[in-house]
Design a protein around this ligand. Structure first.
Ligand code: 1Q0
Length: 218
């Protein structure tokens, strides 16, 4: 929304995130890294608007985003246009630590894998939110989605901290409001539109990583 001075508000909007995920897939179903990263930027913006208890999460996400952006803007940036080209380039040139951490702690492949796993959490969480009722608790939906996905890849101390942060989430109604979409029915409709896109991006990346045995990168 433009204010009286004509500047545009930097508020989170679900529509914006939806739009970036729409742009993620090329005609032949490759995933554009630039838009993938932009989608995460939008989500981080949302997370930041929920308060500083989520700072340790958004900090890690921002770090990962920055690593990918520096690959994109680096001298071999043209190899990073899609996730598919990134995987090929890094594997062909032995730029990935495959079994234990070593010379390539910030490979695009291992960095994106962390966001990829988080995308599964997002998909599960948003699906719960979409089908929730007025008395559903966001903290429970969030924790259930987390335990089913990301938690399996996190050590105890991170799981503990995440669990504590989830308890600080706003209730369902306030949560839907900060999404800036409109009344709850509209949020639900938009989630119904966004979820298949997020899910498709997830599935395509998952298959790619599985084909190349990259799902457990250290
Ligand atoms: C709404 C509440 C947000 C909850 C986010 C759930 C994820 C919890 C994850 C806790 C991460 C803790 C920080 C450190 C983790 C790293 O150890 C780990 C592994 O990396 P590495 O380099 O040590 O191997 N990193 C990760 O697993 C990446 C985690 C990225 C999480 C990104 C979350 C971004 C949040 C977005 C808010 C979405 C709000 C949804 C509603 C919006 C509607 C479209």
């Amino acid at each position: 929304m433009a204010d009286s001075e004509g500047s545009v508000e930097q508020k989170f909007s679900l529509q914006e995130v939806l739009d970036t995920f729409k742009l993620c897939l090329s005609e032949n179903k490759e995933v554009y890294l630039q838009h993938y990263v932009a989608g995460w930027r939008g989500l981080v913006k949302f997370l930041n608007s929920l308060g500083s208890v989520f700072g340790f999460i958004s900090k890690d996400a921002v770090n990962k985003i920055q690593v990918l952006v520096s690959h994109l803007n680096g001298e071999n940036g043209s190899q990073y246009v899609t996730v598919q080209s990134m995987v090929k380039y890094e594997l062909d040139n032995e730029l990935v630590d495959l079994t234990k951490r070593g010379g390539h702690p910030e490979s695009g492949c291992r960095t994106l894998l962390r966001l990829h796993r988080a995308l599964r959490w997002l998909e599960l969480f948003l699906e719960r939110l979409r089908t929730s009722t007025e008395d559903s608790k966001t903290s429970v939906m969030c924790a259930d989605a987390y335990n089913e996905s990301l938690a399996q890849h996190h050590p105890w101390v991170v799981r503990k901290a995440a669990g504590m942060a989830f308890c600080m989430l706003p209730g369902r109604q306030a949560f839907l409001e900060v999404m800036n979409v409109g009344p709850p029915e509209q949020v639900v409709a938009m989630l119904g539109e966004a979820l298949p896109l997020i899910s498709e991006v997830y599935q395509i990346t998952e298959e790619l990583y599985s084909q190349h045995n990259l799902l457990d990168l250290p």
